[in-house]
Design a protein around this ligand. Structure first.
Ligand SMILES: Cc1cc2nc3c(=O)[nH]c(=O)nc-3n(C[C@H](O)[C@H](O)[C@H](O)COP(=O)(O)O)c2cc1C
Length: 227
């Protein structure tokens, strides 16, 4: 594989927020999972556990999760970021505005932006959902490993024409998800990934995020090699 092919795959992936209901075959799901697990993990512990729902099971989950989220308090296992400041805050704001502009939410219309946010709990209409959990005893390094897994999963999916979106939002309801998937108390709910075929006409899919220039976040030291 050449660099250009790899960057083309990276460039093709995006977070999809509107899916078609068409099913994804079990064979395709198995291929995504088999590829995703090739990512590195500390000591090769492969700390992820993935509970996948398809079809009517995803529909059952979306209905139950949505009604739970409308009334329950948020109790994530992993604390939410305490603050976004500086560049992080401006990047966060920019991608939020891109989404709201795409779906026609006026600036300052908090009710409409909250409504768009709650689409997380409808799993954006995706036919498939994967819940990612890690064992508590491995601590934060297992979360790093699982972050790598998310990258592997979303890229493998994109290579097969399957759109996806990682969702920390669903982890707000960790106890509900632990009950739903019958997981023991010592598994940390990290995030979900909704996936399926993209509805390319959906307004929420009508924008792409940007990335910061390298000089904002890279510090090179030592001799510069000629390429
Ligand atoms: C760990 C993680 C959690 C995320 N959680 C959410 C989420 O709950 N809801 C959402 O709409 N997007 C979520 N995203 C998607 C990000 O907003 C998205 O990756 C980012 O804006 C960059 O856009 P792109 O994925 O289209 O390149 C999450 C992404 C990651 C990696």
């Amino acid at each position: 594989m050449q660099y250009d092919d790899f960057t083309a795959l990276l460039g093709a992936r995006y977070s999809c927020r509107g899916f078609r209901s068409d099913p994804v075959s079990e064979d395709t799901i198995t291929k995504i999972l088999t590829a995703a697990q090739k990512v590195p993990s500390w000591c090769n512990a492969q700390p992820w556990q993935v509970d996948v729902t398809m079809g009517t099971e995803t529909d059952r989950l979306r209905e139950a999760l949505y009604s739970h989220a409308m009334t329950a308090a948020q109790t994530p296992d992993v604390p939410w970021p305490s603050a976004y400041t500086g560049a992080h805050q401006s990047r966060r704001k920019r991608c939020g505005l891109q989404l709201y502009d795409s779906v026609g939410v006026e600036r300052g219309d908090r009710a409409a932006s909250a409504r768009q946010m709650t689409e997380n709990f409808h799993l954006f209409g995706a036919p498939c959902f994967a819940l990612l959990t890690a064992p508590a005893e491995l601590g934060p390094y297992a979360y790093l490993d699982c972050g790598g897994f998310i990258t592997g999963f979303t890229l493998a999916a994109a290579s097969l024409g399957i759109a996806s979106i990682p969702q920390a939002a669903v982890a707000a309801y960790a106890p509900f998800l632990r009950d739903w998937f019958d997981l023991p108390d010592d598994r940390i709910v990290l995030c979900g990934i909704s996936f399926g075929y993209a509805d390319e006409t959906h307004p929420a899919n009508g924008f792409r995020t940007s990335r910061a220039p390298l000089d904002e976040w890279v510090r090179l030291s030592g001799q510069k090699e000629k390429t």
